[in-house]
Design a binder for this molecule. Structure first.
Ligand code: NAD
Length: 463
């Protein structure tokens, strides 16, 4: 990865605005070609990309292909295919609230690209989280400045080399680097900013966007809780929660962060976790090729610090290999006030806290920041309804962890502290477009509108 020189950044901004002004990015054929080029780039270079993610995150190739590469290849192609529908002008003449004379006014809504946009992506799923926004922005007809995370330098280096080879260099520019580079990028005027990352940085982004009244999408994280109904299949629930925790070693915005469970179900649930762990890692996880590592020493120390400071009882795991930056999936039984219940753990630690019942779990959750996701393990429809009614979250998943991401038509995003705006396919397209309305008022409309002209008389009121 080569850091972008700071004095290049205003030039990048100016050139992306200039390209947009040529309207080169407007034709659907241009957009579809770029989208298919993204898919070609990912297919032609899958090995180099998978290797880079292994170097940066120790990400097992299976996880790279199933959760990042194949998903993005599919979505780039699908976006190219669906684009004519998404971008189509909507004719509202037949709308039931349009009175007959207005039908002749040709009321239309046209999805229109916002302009030169900025996408700032994080390190944890660097491929999906950089390409998802880029696909939506290109589909919408925008020009794009893509800021890749400095924390995954191998991946950023590969993308820095590949993107100009496959995509129109006038319309997409990559910026690499850390805080000085992002700060410089944020000084520029953009027509939309799409940020994925931590809420603390999101406040810096939002303040910078406010200076130019730039619209914003914030895809953030937080603590996504799991509620366990003691009547559910506890062994299966434990297996699915553990799977949610293992993916990318818990470094996932929708990773189950902590479990709220009645005391009567704790022993069976813990046994289920242990059984699932033993079947996934018969020789332990620390040396397994099927388990990622912690991204860097700073995050390793942060997570280890949480384990050092918790007052809870370790029920499973706890093993650490500092040299390899590996931490076993670790389950800790905690009480209110514990450090593991404070901020997002963003690592392979699963806190469990006992609560009286699912209602008490809802009260606990609704007294805190709205999570990105709430996971409920219960087949009881009344409990499902209660959780839906009593809590708020971006997503709600019953009886599994993060499988909502597999349902590609569902909009994904947070609420409150977990962010605002929605993404995935058409929803990402909509982030980068605005609904431009138009009407065309014919001369004969004078019969209908003649009263609007002054002078206003008694007759005007009576008519
Ligand atoms: P981060 O906010 O540290 O970094 C993301 C981007 O912000 C990077 O490109 C980085 O260069 C930039 N950045 C960092 N510091 C900055 C600063 N001071 N000023 C301006 N820009 C700065 O986030 P992260 O650690 O990469 O990601 C972890 C967080 O992201 C977690 O909270 C996770 O839940 C969340 N997340 C959310 C989603 C989602 O889709 N909702 C997806 C992945 C991660």
């Amino acid at each position: 990865m080569i850091d972008t020189p700071l004095d290049e950044i205003p030039k990048i901004n100016a050139s992306l605005h200039a390209t947009f002004a040529t309207r080169k990015t407007f034709p659907l054929a241009w957009r579809q070609h770029q989208l298919l080029q993204i898919s070609r780039m990912l297919q032609d270079n899958h090995k180099a990309l998978a290797d880079s993610l292994y170097q940066d995150l120790g990400k097992p190739a299976f996880e790279v292909y199933t959760t990042e590469l194949n998903v993005m290849i599919d979505r780039a192609i699908l976006s190219a295919k669906r684009l004519p529908e998404w971008a189509a002008e909507k004719n509202l003449e037949g709308h039931p609230d349009i009175p007959p004379p207005q039908k002749k006014w040709k009321p239309r809504v046209t999805p229109t690209p916002k302009g030169a946009v900025l996408i700032i992506s994080p390190w944890n799923y660097p491929l999906i989280l950089s390409m998802q926004g880029t696909i939506g922005a290109i589909a919408a007809g925008c020009t794009v400045c893509l800021k890749l995370s400095e924390i995954t330098p191998n991946f950023a280096g590969v993308m820095q080399r590949l993107l100009p080879q496959y995509l129109d260099q006038d319309a997409l520019k990559v910026v690499c680097g850390g805080v000085p580079e992002v700060t410089k990028v944020l000084e520029q005027k953009w027509d939309h900013i799409f940020y994925t990352g931590h809420g603390s940085v999101a406040r810096i982004i939002a303040a910078a966007a406010a200076k130019h009244l730039t619209p914003l999408t914030l895809e953030l994280g937080g603590k996504s809780p799991v509620i366990v109904d003691p009547e559910c299949d506890l062994e299966l629930a434990a297996k699915r929660v553990l799977f949610g925790k293992l993916s990318n070693c818990g470094q996932l915005c929708v990773s189950p962060d902590y479990v709220l469970i009645p005391p009567s179900a704790l022993a069976a649930f813990t046994e289920g976790l242990k059984k699932a762990y033993a079947s996934c890692y018969p020789d332990g996880s620390l040396k397994s090729d099927s388990y990622a590592r912690i991204i860097n020493m700073q995050h390793f120390k942060r997570i280890k610090g949480l384990l050092d400071r918790t007052q809870g009882k370790v029920l499973m795991g706890g093993g650490i290999d500092e040299e390899e930056r590996r931490i076993e999936p670790t389950v800790v039984l905690v009480k209110p006030g514990d450090v593991l219940l404070e901020s997002e753990t963003f690592g392979p630690i699963l806190a469990i806290m006992e609560v009286e019942d699912t209602s008490a779990a809802c009260q606990w959750i609704s007294a805190r920041d709205h999570p990105l996701v709430i996971y409920l393990f219960s087949k009881n429809e009344q409990i499902q309804k209660d959780v839906r009614k009593l809590t708020m979250s971006g997503n709600l998943v019953f009886n599994d962890t993060f499988m909502q991401l597999d349902v590609k038509v569902l909009p994904f995003g947070g609420v409150g502290e977990s962010g605002y705006g929605r993404q995935v396919l058409q929803h990402t397209f909509e982030c980068f477009s605005y609904d431009r309305t138009s009407v065309d008022i014919p001369a004969e409309a004078e019969q209908m509108v003649h009263l609007r002209y002054p002078p206003y008389t008694e007759h005007s009121f009576r008519s």
